[in-house]
Design a protein around this ligand. Sequence first.
Ligand code: PEP
Length: 256
Amino acid sequence: MTSPKARRPIVAANWKMNTGPDDGARLARAVAAEDLPLAQVEVVLCPPATGLTSVAEAVADSPIAVGAQHVYWESSGAFTGEISVPMLTGLAAYAITGHSERRQLFGETDLDVQRKTLAILAGGLTPIVAVGESLDQRDAGETLAVLRTQITAVLEALSPEQTAASVIAYEPVWAIGTGRNASPEQAQEAIGWIRDTVSAAHGCPAAGRVRIQYGGSVSPDNCDELLSRDGIDGALVGGASLDAAQFAAIVRAAAP
Ligand code: PEP
């Protein structure tokens, strides 16, 4: 299997339902003005849909990429409120699917995540597929089974090449927005299980290439110990990504 160093770490900012077009652009410019190791770490900013245009303009001269937080799998039509992958052309290179807030609050199912992931790949964008267990599931010893189910639902529709080109975010639900991050050992173990699942489905080369981030209360205080671990290929960052200096500290910690 490819060595962990062969994968370029990726740190993505999930601004969730925060920032409008102007303050989003300001935040993007503040991130771009930080001293970031952009040759070593891929950085993605995911503003709400209304900020995609202004944020894309704000980082147009930088290697910083833009991602959507949410897409629908159909290309166009009578789907009020939804945004399709073709509508992101020129605005975003990434799109998140399967975030636990969408699963829990908006009823997104494993099959929805599969369809969205396929649509994102078909449109030439990179999916960031989020998976993770709840606290009850962890306490019941079901973490591995939950991760396997969520990951397999997506992988069974993907080719090995599509899998290798995707990004997976391991985000334990109990760590998202709670200030309680997974320990480096817990994150490394779960990410190892996810990589094993990828390997079983699509073989070692795909498992060695797919990047798997950790997400859940990543902050400047815990990023060094999390992101220095082998196999953890960067972070998906919520709260701390709304502060340019804090987000920059996390990006720096992801540099090999
Ligand atoms: C997230 O929303 O993906 C996330 C990880 O949030 P936070 O960093 O705030 O826990």
